[in-house]
Unconditional design. Sequence first.
Length: 343
Amino acid sequence: MMKKELLLTFTNENTRPSVWLMRQAGRYLPEYRKLRGQAKNFMDFCLNAELAAEATLQPIRRFGFDGAILFSDILVIPYAFGQEVTFVEGIGPKLSPLENAEKPLSFLKQAFTEKLSPVFDTIKLVKSQLPAETTFIGFSGCPWTLACYMIDQGSSKDFFNTRLLAYQKPQIFKQLIKTLSEAIIWYLSEQIRAGVEIVQLFDSWIGLLSAEAMKEWGINPTSYIIQEIKKEFPKTPVIVFPKGGYWNYSPHVQQLKADAISIDSSVPLTSLQAAAKRSYIIQGNLDPFSLVGDIGNLKNDVQNIIQKMGKEKFIFNLGHGILPQTPLENVYQLVDLVKSGKK
């Protein structure tokens, strides 16, 4: 059984869900904090192949997760388009203004290759050290989410400027989404060529949109990206994470052709289809705050998710990224519970 098949499919009642955590390489790890101190800023950290490879491998060595997630950031694509990207402590990412948000972007492969080659070097370094049983996961942001950061120049509660452009000048915005889609297809394809075995698409801000706008700016371009990736890499699984948008995504799963959908903590598991009847895999959806809290409650939450979701077509994960305040002991307990099936 290949590693990506081990992560994504289960064939009998003796198997267990696979487990990895979003942002599993992060500030909750003391070794990560020490490593982070070797880079002058976060973007330099992401684009230093040796440091990024070590960050990718740290949680695998410590916890033995079934999946290693490439250490990088979705904002490397705006960086490759020429925006300056900085990360402000306690605030989040800040991006320099686009030269003209209404002017079509140019996706130039040579420029992207020069700027993002450290990411592909990171992948090759990780591959040379990754345990044979561990699946390697690459990722990118989706076009809508990247557009939000690029136009609003960082994080926002409502991404007012992005949404205004989408509604007032839809043809201009459509061209931006198309250009971002082409860049993402190239970027994920290069990750696969370098050695990742699964890719995940993050649409962190898709939940801001209405059902119709979500289809236009989220589902349709993401479907196109998956379609194009599958043409060249038909056996590479694709996971989609439409944070806050599962219910509007689920009717379009057949169009998306994603192999798995990651769900946030707001989605009630009892409302999901039985595992045996789903054509796609569910990934999720423990509340990251549960992992910070009381160990007894954590055990109950983990066991509840596994009991409801079953063992087939399910990957255990969080509903969002792991919190920096997370105790290491709680992560050990979570992994032990999932892997051993302890009560």
